[in-house]
Design a protein around this ligand. Structure first.
Ligand code: GLU
Length: 369
């Protein structure tokens, strides 16, 4: 396998906080370098979207804080202070090249909801048609992990963005050269991997635990991001943002960083299902698992139990093997668990679906067809 860069048109570039900041605050020289590199790619005909972190760090510095901000509400306040500062730097840098940039702040719930997602997709498409570089960040002031609206890190957010807008390549720029077999800052025999075919448990183990961070989100979230991107048929490159003109060099074929191959491109609805946070779990028996694997619908007779509270049309887990979108809410499914389909009208009223969901409403985590 080699890097497949021949049919790339749309690129999402993610830059992390570490890369953009120095001791005094924002490293405006780095911003200028990233922007210049993006401008070069655009002049070569690529469409580029940027995902930039840095709002919380800049906000904290604006408030004169020197230590890490941990409390959620304070992080949100810092993001709200820092985001306009971040954008003013980008605006100034892009303006020098006569390029217009825009700010797009998103939370996970917007991508999870079909309507807001379609709106977002349309507005991003319009921005790209206008020749604008959209600069994304998480809308930290309104998203919190507690209520499930947060991505948690911009690595995964950048992959969701790449997936939603059908990007061909995601480039995650960080403060390390790529994925090593071990932590290169501790182990001398760590080897840099130039290419990864598929992200499996062995590859994930190279990144260590989430705690062994090399940069903001750590290597693990970068690999999870690459996995999300791969389901959208989008390859990922993790590379060092300290390399001069790294983006142009990567696209010219220089083997910098780690290239993670794309998987089969799932359809948008399947991607939406697989990338949404599940609201609950439907536990089913082995017979039902076999039926689902054989492209059959889920019948109430196969349901063993229901966990969590969800509405019809929400994404839920099916055991630990799949995600699905049922036609019924959690209370209704509990009510009909173990019943025959013919009993549904008697239990829940006439005119209701006689199955919980159909084959097109389920995606297996192993992506088996
Ligand atoms: N949204 C956060 C910020 O702008 C960054 C999250 C991350 O770096 O992963 O500061």
């Amino acid at each position: 396998m080699t890097r497949n860069l021949s049919s790339i048109k749309r690129i999402v570039v993610k830059v992390g906080t570490n890369l953009l900041s120095d001791r005094s605050g924002i490293d405006s020289q780095r911003i200028e370098q990233v922007v210049e590199d993006i401008v070069t790619l655009r002049s070569q005909g690529f469409q580029v979207l940027l995902v930039s972190s840095g709002a919380i760090g800049l906000g904290a510095k604006e408030l004169g804080r020197t230590s890490a901000v941990k409390q959620v509400a304070l992080r949100q306040a810092c993001a709200s202070i820092g985001q306009p500062i971040l954008m003013s730097h980008y605006r100034a840098a892009f303006k020098r090249h006569d390029v217009v940039c825009s700010q797009v702040l998103i939370t996970r719930s917007e991508l999870n909801e079909r309507k807001t997602f379609v709106n977002l997709r349309n507005s991003v498409q319009t921005l790209l048609d206008l020749g604008v570089v959209p600069v994304f960040n998480e809308n930290d002031a309104v998203s919190t992990a507690e209520i499930g609206t947060a991505f948690g890190d911009n690595d995964r957010m950048s992959a969701f963005v790449a997936s939603k807008i059908d990007a061909d390549l995601l480039v995650i720029l960080t403060d390390i050269d790529g994925l090593y077999t071990k932590n290169p800052r501790k182990e001398h025999d760590a080897v840099l991997l130039g290419e990864v075919e598929k992200i499996d448990d062995t590859v994930l183990s190279y990144a260590g635990t989430a705690g062994s961070v090399f940069s903001v989100g750590g290597m693990k979230t970068k690999l999870l991001a690459a996995k999300i991107a791969s389901t959208a048929g989008c390859a990922t490159i993790i590379a060092s943002g300290y390399e001069k003109s790294v983006l142009s060099r990567l696209l010219a074929g220089e083997p910098l960083g780690t290239y993670i191959h794309a998987d089969k491109r799932l359809g948008q609805r399947a991607r939406w299902i697989i990338n949404s946070s599940p609201k609950g779990t439907i536990r089913i028996d082995e017979g039902a698992v076999r039926a689902l694997r054989a492209h059959k619908s889920l019948l109430p007779s196969g349901v063993v139990s229901v966990e969590g509270v969800f509405h019809e049309g929400d994404v839920v887990m099916v055991n630990e093997i799949a995600k699905a979108v049922p036609y019924y809410n959690s209370t209704e499914i509990m009510e009909m668990a173990g019943c025959q389909s013919k009993d549904i009208p008697r239990r829940l009223g006439k005119g209701k679906a006689d199955v919980l969901f159909r084959p097109e409403d389920i995606v297996f985590l192993d992506h088996a067809e």
